[in-house]
Design a protein around this ligand. Sequence first.
Ligand code: ADP
Ligand code: ZN
Length: 519
Amino acid sequence: MTAALETLRAVFGYETFREPQDAIIDGVINGRDALVIMPTGGGKSLCYQIPSLVRRGCGVVVSPLIALMQDQVDGLRELGVNAAFLNSSLDSQQVREVESALQGGQLDLLYVAPERLVQPRTLDLLLRCDIALFAIDEAHCVSQWGHDFRADYLQLNLLHERFPDVPRIALTATADARTRREIAIRLDLEDARHYIAGFDRPNIRYRIALKQNPRQQLLAFLRSEHAGDAGIVYCLSRRKVEETARWLQEEGIPALPYHAGLPAAERSANQSRFLREEGLVIVATIAFGMGIDKPDVRFVAHLDLPKTVEAYYQETGRAGRDGLPANAWLVYGLQDIIKLRQMMDNSAGSEEHKRAEQQRLNAMLGLCEITSCRRQALLHYFGDTLSDPCGNCDTCLQPVETWDGTEAAQKALSAVYRTGQRFGVSHVIDVLRGLENERVLQLDHHRLGVFGIGADLGANPWRSVFRQLVARGYLSVDMERYGALRLQEKARPLLKGEESLALRKDSSPATNTRQKTRQ
Ligand code: ADP
Ligand code: ZN
């Protein structure tokens, strides 16, 4: 038996490693660097805890989650592991005790906050000790494009310079290919082996629908499928969180609000009620969730579009931790895209940052508009693969009907162009449908060649066409010009008739046939 397996059994009481823990652990024990991408709950901790125990010296774990350090250390001590932490919650006497235990070679594991680690005092101390490894937890915090960015993480590349012989293992639950590269570059882990593991959550059913009347859609979903269940409803703004929670209560569904603007006492009371009691719905901003581990969350519903696929995965991943069936439900519409683009345009970041954010949003939109299996697309995004359609997402269960939208798209794009790329969706649709309203007449748009060329479709089907054209990058929405639509380079071949376009059939009145449900 290997030393690693022996430790797994003797210390942690588990029989076998999960894929790919053993390969990771074996590598680190033998002094090799690793970059580990594993979803929450996948078992990242053992990947550095076991090598720390097997290798000579103390394993040093860098983590930004100061609030969780105490729990982790307590848990390890219960297993008989000599663990300690260094962060701002300790007084100077306690710090000295930890430091002398480390120097005396009495520690197996030491958790350190990043700002503490990079202090010269800490580095000097570590240089005098035997270090088994450095584990960099939540490694995506090094990414400047992510929302968890921590400036202190940028300095962690000094570990490689100062401790060239100590293996380093970076771990995170969220990293697309781009973030992965960024982590590797910034932490000097380009030669490290990358392990990407097990992102699939087969018991979660992914469902993404068009936003029509979101409150009624949510209510119907909760009443028909989740009466009495615990779940999370995510909203973008604090105000919407409070309004939605109040409204659900009025509808007889026990709901509590949670967002960073609530008084701390109320926030933690709501959180602990959600964890303790059964059948509560928590309505929350994305502030809710870090470190939440409630196994029986039966659904996660999104009333607003998450900004990235990572966020969507992370948030929906809070459902069904117990392995039983759970729903990830989302509704979105054109207004969501416009609102998010607007927020991104108005954010403080550099042009490059904004472009990166837009690209991420585009990937999320791609997932929404996709007509093939959502799980395959989701896993593909994380570099994981699923060879067959999953059979447990909406597009698998109820195949999306598509229609040849080439001509409609050409008309839509032409109308945007002929009206001067200065108008928003509503006006362009009025022109297409040939409505002689005041604005149209005032602008003389009833004299344009495109006026009325789209009279065969109603306003809703046109909105669906425009949403898909925006979501797929044929059109952009210029927020500095009140949502004016603009043609993108991608539109050219379509306009020239060199390309055709299949569009999703949203419950389109143009066809008048009800969507068939497969039994
Ligand atoms: P992560 O840090 O990836 O979110 P954890 O390291 O906290 O995940 O592990 C999640 C849970 O899985 C923990 O309760 C842990 O003890 C358990 N676990 C991890 N590895 C194994 C294993 N090989 N066998 C059984 N349970 C495991
Ligand atoms: Zn599927």
